[in-house]
Write a protein that binds this ligand. Structure first.
Ligand code: ME8
Length: 508
C-alpha cells in the first residue's frame, strides 16, 4: 500500500470571512498535497472550520441568529473560497459535526482517565478574541497583547489540564526530534516558552453552552481550543475507526502561522502525550502576511478576500503569487502592484511566452506534431536539476526555492531557443536541426507542465492537453515522469491555443 501523507491547515474561526491570510496557509497546504499525490502517496489533506466558543456565540448574537446558523453560513463561505482557488482538500471538518463530538469526548475521557484533568477554581483575565487567559504580566497597557482590547475578569470552577506535568517530557521530546517544530527560529521560541515554565490551564467552561459537553460532567463544555485541536484526530477516525487512525496518525505536517504556534507546539503535543498518542511529525509555523503597496494600503488584510483577486489574476495567478512571492516562514507584505508585476514577468512573459513560442513554431515547422527527434542539448540536464532541486526543497517546505527551480528551467529554455534560433535553421531548410531543437523544447514544456502542476493546476493541465499528452499531469507519477524522454510523445498532435496568462494592466 502506498505511503500515507497527512497534511492539515488550521481550522478557521467562523466569526470572520475567508481572507488572503487564510488562503495563504491553505494554498501552501494544497501545493504540498498535490506534490505528494504526484509521488503516489495516499494523501489526506484536511482543512475546515472552528465553530465553538464565546467568540462565535457573540458573533451570532450580534447578528440575531443562532450560533449554528451563523456557523453554517460562514463555514460555507470558506468552502466556496477553497473551490474558487482549486483547493484539493480531501476532507473538510466542522467542529459542530457529530463525528467531532464523538472524537472529542473519547479523547477527553482518555486524558481524564489517565489522571491529567482535575477540577479547580480559577479567576483570570480572559481575552474573548483570543479565547485565552492572560496574566497581568502578559498585558500591554492593561490590554490583550495581541488584540489591544480590554480583557475580562472571569471566575469559574473549571477542569484543568495539567500542562505543567509536560514541561520536561516536551523538552526531552524536542531535544530528540529537532525537526518536529520548524523553522528553527520558531522552535527556539517554543523551547524558550516551555523553559519559562508551563501552567495548568482550564479546559472547560460553565459560563457558556456553545461547545462540546464533557463526557463525565455535562454541566461543563470543552474549552474551544481543546476541542479545536482534536479536529486533527477526529478526521482520521480517533474514537471511531481505530484501523484508520493507526494508518494515518501521526500527521506529517500541521501548517499554521506563528500566531497559533504555541497551541500546536505546546498544548497539542501535551494533550497527545496525556492521551498516550504519538506526536505530529512536523509543526511548521509560517510568517504573517501584511499589507503593503499603494492600492491596498488603506485596506486591512482581513478585508481582502480571494474573490477580490481571482477575477483579475485567475486562481493560478493567485496561487502563484502567494506561494512564490514570500519565503514560507518569514513575514512579508502583500502588494497589489507587486502581484501584477510578478504575474506579468513570470506567468505572462516567461511561462506564457515559452509555451506559445514553442507551440507556434512546432505548429508551423513540424506540421503540428511532436517531432521524432531530439538534439540532446543542455535542457535535458537543466530539467534534471530543476526536479532534483524541487525534491530537496519540498521536505524543508521551501516552496519558493522549489518553484524557483522550475522558473529557472523556463528561463533556460527561453535562452536555448534564442541561442539555437530554430527559425534560422527552418529558413535554411534544415528540417532535422529544427525538429531536434523543438523536440527538446517540447519535452521541456512537458516537464514544466508536470512540475508546475501543483502550483498552477489549470494552466498546467491546459498545456498538457495542447502538447497532445494523455490524461492530466495529476495522473503522472514522480520521479519516473520527470525523466527526460520517459513518455513516448513523437507524433502527438499539438494545439496552439490562446495565451495561457494574458498580460495585465494594473487597475489603479
Ligand atoms: O486561530 N498571514 O483561527 P483563525 C498569514 N481557529 N496567515 C494568516 C494570516 C496572515 N495575515 N491571517 C490568518 C484560529 N492566517 C483557530 C485555529 S486550529 C486547531 C484552530 C492564517 O481563523 C494562519 O494559518 O484565526 C493562521 O494561523 C490562521 O489563519 C488563524 O486562523
Amino acid at each position: 500500500m502506498s505511503d500515507s501523507f497527512y497534511v492539515t491547515t488550521p481550522i478557521y474561526y467562523v466569526n470572520d470571512a475567508p481572507h488572503i491570510g487564510h488562503a495563504y496557509t491553505t494554498v501552501h497546504a494544497d501545493v504540498l498535497a498535490r506534490w505528494r499525490r504526484l509521488h503516489g502517496d495516499d494523501v489526506l489533506f484536511l482543512t475546515g472550520t472552528d465553530e465553538h466558543g464565546l467568540k462565535i456565540q457573540r458573533a451570532a448574537e450580534e447578528r440575531g441568529v443562532s450560533p449554528q446558523e451563523w456557523a453554517d453560513t460562514t463555514s460555507a463561505r470558506f468552502r466556496d473560497a477553497w473551490t474558487l482557488l482549486d483547493i484539493s482538500n480531501d476532507d473538510f471538518i466542522r467542529t459542530t459535526e457529530d463525528r467531532h463530538r464523538v472524537s472529542v469526548q473519547a479523547f477527553l475521557q482518555e486524558v481524564y482517565d489517565n489522571g491529567y484533568i482535575a477540577l479547580d477554581t480559577y479567576e483570570g483575565l480572559y481575552c474573548v478574541a483570543c479565547e485565552a487567559y492572560y496574566t497581568d504580566d502578559d498585558l500591554v497597557d492593561g490590554l490583550c497583547p495581541i488584540h489591544r482590547r480590554p480583557v475580562e475578569t472571569v471566575t469559574e470552577e473549571n477542569y484543568f489540564f495539567q500542562l505543567s506535568r509536560f514541561e520536561q517530557p516536551l523538552l526531552d521530546y524536542y531535544a530528540a526530534h529537532p525537526e518536529a517544530v520548524q523553522p528553527d527560529g520558531k522552535r527556539n521560541e517554543v523551547l524558550g516558552f516551555i523553559k519559562q515554565g508551563l501552567r495548568d490551564f482550564s479546559m472547560s467552561r460553565t459560563s457558556i453552552t456553545w461547545g462540546i459537553p464533557l463526557p463525565w460532567d455535562p454541566n461543563h463544555v470543552t474549552y474551544v481550543w481543546y476541542d479545536a485541536l482534536i479536529n486533527y484526530a477526529t478526521a482520521v477516525g480517533f474514537g471511531a475507526d481505530p484501523a484508520e487512525f493507526a494508518r494515518r496518525w501521526p500527521v506529517q505536517y500541521h501548517l499554521l502561522a506563528k500566531d497559533i504556534l504555541r497551541f500546536h507546539a505546546v498544548y497539542w503535543p501535551a494533550m497527545l502525550m496525556a492521551a498516550g498518542l504519538p506526536l505530529p511529525e512536523h509543526v511548521f509555523a509560517h510568517g504573517y502576511l501584511l499589507v503593503g503597496g499603494e492600492k491596498m494600503s488603506k485596506t486591512s488584510l482581513n478585508n481582502i478576500a480571494p474573490a477580490d483577486l481571482v477575477p483579475e489574476f485567475g486562481s493560478d495567478g493567485f496561487r502563484y503569487h502567494f506561494v512564490t512571492d514570500l519565503h514560507f516562514g518569514q513575514d512579508g507584505d502583500f502588494s497589489y502592484e507587486g502581484m501584477v508585476a510578478r504575474y506579468n514577468a513570470d506567468l505572462a512573459n516567461n511561462f506564457g511566452n515559452l509555451a506559445s513560442r514553442v507551440l507556434n513554431m512546432a505548429m508551423s515547422y513540424c506540421d503540428g506534431r511532436v517531432p521524432d527527434a531530439r538534439a540532446d542539448g543542455p535542457l535535458r540536464a537543466q530539467a534534471a536539476v530543476a526536479f532534483e532541486t524541487m525534491e530537496a526543497a519540498f521536505p524543508a517546505l521551501d516552496f519558493s526555492g522549489a518553484f524557483g527551480a522550475v522558473w529557472q528551467l523556463i528561463r533556460d529554455a527561453n535562452a536555448y531557443i534564442e541561442d539555437s534560433a530554430p527559425w534560422k535553421t527552418h529558413k535554411a531548410g534544415d528540417a532535422a536541426a529544427t525538429a531536434a531543437v523543438l523536440g527538446d523544447c517540447l519535452e521541456t514544456l512537458r516537464i514544466v507542465a508536470l512540475l508546475a502542476s501543483p502550483l498552477i493546476p489549470r494552466a498546467a493541465t491546459e498545456l498538457w492537453r495542447r502538447l497532445g499528452l494523455d490524461g492530466t499531469p495529476e495522473q503522472a507519477r514522480l520521479p519516473e515522469s520527470a525523466q527526460w524522454g520517459s513518455v513516448p510523445t513523437a507524433g502527438n498532435p499539438l494545439e496552439k491555443g490562446a495565451a495561457l496568462f494574458p498580460r495585465l494592466e494594473p487597475t489603479l
